[in-house]
Write a protein that binds this ligand. Structure first.
Ligand SMILES: [Zn+2]
Ligand SMILES: [Zn+2]
Length: 303
């Protein structure tokens, strides 16, 4: 029997990459501390900042919201109902229930009201659903935060997410994206500061946190994410991780430590200007969401 490193009770959790055995209470404490350390390491925000957490009903965003609340931050939730059938219904229900449980406000918007549900958009747009979805989420999140006086947007991206994106960007040598791959994106040109406090926490670790703290979360993945290449990269990286624990964390944190600073030296930044229609920042005259709306409107008129 493994014993907890802290209190010598029976351990419930073993973290191979940290060679650490912990009981339930000490695991929950470890997790909160690790989130706090990451916030400090990357100077993400301070105790007095108003934070908006992007919640989806999944383990990562709800665990993040819980940890921030435990740590004494003023974190409120923001949920976008994407209109993806039962998946969206269940995730909205669980998110709402969770917000009541921790006693923090949850703001909700519905894509059906703003544009149209993702499955409908998908019929009119040839891009993969995940990229349209990501674009729409980023847009409404930023707009809502600005309109309501939030200075920080926190998302539940975990180490597995970040390592998979890093791997993909490295395979393609997408310098443009590698240059922006940092757990803090500063506020600039109409964008609110965005942070990823779970960037050093693995998917398994956040799932264990959710389970051990009794969070009810939606377990199924979004039906549209099936077949995404990022899933293949995650599987591959997890195989490496199993053979040598710590690989993912090393891959990601050494990138941040050694490569990221070098990339910042090369100057060349896209110029952003306010979108002619809605005023949100954009590379083009009209931002991608307004562009999507125009396209959908044109197609509707044709029908
Ligand atoms: Zn213990
Ligand atoms: Zn616009």
């Amino acid at each position: 029997m493994r014993k907890c490193f802290k209190c010598s009770q029976k351990a419930q959790v073993y973290l191979p990459q940290h060679r650490l055995s912990l009981c339930k209470d000490h695991y929950l404490e470890w997790f909160d501390n690790r989130v706090e350390k990451t916030i400090k390491e990357f100077k993400m925000f301070k105790k007095e900042d108003k934070i908006l957490v992007a919640v989806s009903g999944g383990k990562d965003s709800l665990s993040l919201w819980k940890a921030l609340t435990n740590l004494g931050y003023q974190a409120d939730g923001f949920y976008i109902n994407l209109g993806i059938g039962e998946y969206s219904e269940t995730s909205e229900k669980l998110t709402t229930k969770f917000s009541e449980k921790i006693g923090r406000p949850l703001y909700k918007i519905s894509l059906k009201q703003e544009i149209m549900p993702i499955p409908e958009i998908k019929k009119h747009d040839s891009r993969p659903a995940c990229s349209v979805c990501g674009m729409v989420k980023r847009y409404y999140m930023n707009k809502f935060a600005k309109d309501n006086g939030y200075k920080i947007i926190a998302t539940g991206h975990n180490l597995d997410d970040e390592a998979a994106v890093l791997f993909s960007n490295t395979l393609n040598w997408s310098i443009k994206y590698l240059k922006r791959q940092y757990p803090v994106l500063p506020e600039e040109d109409g964008f609110i500061r965005k942070v990823k406090p779970l960037c050093k926490i693995s998917e398994k670790e956040s799932a264990m946190y959710a389970v051990l703290s009794g969070i009810e979360y939606i377990e199924e993945e979004c039906p549209f994410s099936e077949g995404a290449t990022s899933i293949d990269y995650k599987v591959f990286l997890s195989q490496l991780e199993e053979k040598s624990p710590g690989t993912k964390l090393r891959f990601y944190s050494e990138f941040l430590r050694k490569m990221y600073p070098i990339l910042q030296k090369s100057e060349e930044k896209p110029v952003l200007k306010p979108c002619k229609i809605c005023g949100e920042p954009s590379i083009n005259e009209i931002c991608s969401v307004c562009n999507l709306k125009l396209k959908l409107k044109k197609q509707e008129e044709r029908v």
